[in-house]
Design a protein around this ligand. Structure first.
Ligand code: DNO
Length: 346
């Protein structure tokens, strides 16, 4: 297991020096952020991330994300050029030592919450989701914006995009994903870079858009789409765990050998489709973090891990879910779990 930490590059308010001082961190997870989705990343930008990481004693082996252009998800005209660009990015990243690429196949929106800074009993705050609130939202009218979303959408652009998706249901999205993977995975095999799809967050359709990386059945279907080790997943406990019917430990066993990256965080369920993100330890939320780590170790997982989202604690402000302090506490806790489980398993 290699413990990593997400870093948004030079523009991140969290200095890489601070990340390097968290004792267990092996590398940063980052991306090139100033190139429009679908275009090729300049060599210099990739090289720069690597150099910055290495000059702080950190590796740069995981990219999150190389975003997938909507025209690929829609399999629209011109998508082959965009897929070629994606393949070129894989080749370039491989040249600089990248081993895993995290991406998602969620139409239009990335992760979604109804509240960004909901107070917790201890005075800290975190991200929360309540389906009733979300059902009453209209992305075209509300002020809704999330750090995970493409901020360049205009209202008209968004309306047009939502209209185009009316032609694509879940089955259509599966086919488009298969087409994308059939082009990309051979390049991964050639360059030894593993693709790791991120589950949909939350794992159900929103705003009438299809979502497919949602549960155990679909996880298996995804793995069978292209049965190559290079076609793998990012096991995000907070995303899959949002559906109370998902048995995360069984899902880890179902994906044995195909989990290349793990996003480990805890959430506390307040009801069906209603949860708040909590501190990482098992006792703070609804997920069995020990059981999850044990399942990963038992199935021979040897990939990258990162603490995911944290609360905002000690007065910290900044990018929602991506403060320094609580993620650092999370990294320490998770590392401790891995060390203990591995030693007990010997
Ligand atoms: C949220 C993240 C996601 C993730 C993408 C991967 O905090 O886990 O935005 O980076 O879905 O493509």
């Amino acid at each position: 297991m290699k413990m990593t930490f997400r870093w948004y590059g030079e523009k991140d308010s969290i200095a890489i020096e601070n990340i390097a001082q968290i004792p267990v961190i092996d590398g940063v997870v980052s991306a090139v952020y100033d190139v429009p989705v679908g275009e090729v990343w300049p060599d210099e930008s990739i090289q720069k991330l690597k150099t910055m990481a290495e000059s702080h004693g950190l590796k740069f082996e995981v990219v999150e994300s190389v975003p997938v252009h909507e025209d690929i998800k829609l399999r629209a005209q011109g998508c082959d050029r965009l897929i070629d660009n994606y393949c070129e990015n894989i080749r370039r990243l491989a040249k600089y030592g990248v081993k895993v690429i995290c991406y998602n196949f969620m139409p239009v929106f990335d992760w979604l919450r109804s509240e960004m800074a909901k107070p917790l009993a201890d005075g800290s705050n975190s991200l929360a989701y309540d389906d009733q609130t979300v059902l009453s939202m209209n992305p075209l009218n509300s002020e809704l914006s999330l750090p995970g979303w493409d901020e360049s959408y205009t209202k008209e652009g968004l309306r047009e995009l939502l209209t185009r998706y009316q032609q694509v249901d879940e089955e259509g999205l599966w086919q488009n994903l298969k087409y994308f993977l059939s082009k990309v995975i051979p390049v991964c095999e050639e360059t030894d870079v593993k693709m790791a799809i991120h589950p949909d967050d939350p794992p159900w359709g929103i705003f009438g858009l299809p979502r497919i990386i949602t549960d155990e059945k679909n996880l298996k279907r995804f793995l069978d789409l292209v049965p190559s080790v290079y076609n793998g997943v990012t096991f995000c406990t907070g995303s899959w765990g949002a559906d109370i019917n998902n048995d995360l430990i069984r899902m880890i066993h179902a994906a044995k050998g195909r989990i290349h990256f793990a996003h480990l965080r805890n959430i506390k369920h307040a009801g069906v489709r209603n949860f708040q993100e909590s501190a990482h330890p098992t006792a703070c939320g609804s997920l069995d973090m020990f059981g999850i780590v044990k399942a990963l170790v038992d199935t021979g997982f040897d990939g990258y891990v990162r603490p995911d989202h944290g609360r905002m604690i000690w007065g910290e402000t900044g990018k929602y879910g991506y403060g320094l302090y609580d993620r650092a506490l999370g990294a320490m806790y998770l590392y401790g779990l891995f060390e203990a489980v591995k030693k007990l398993n010997r």
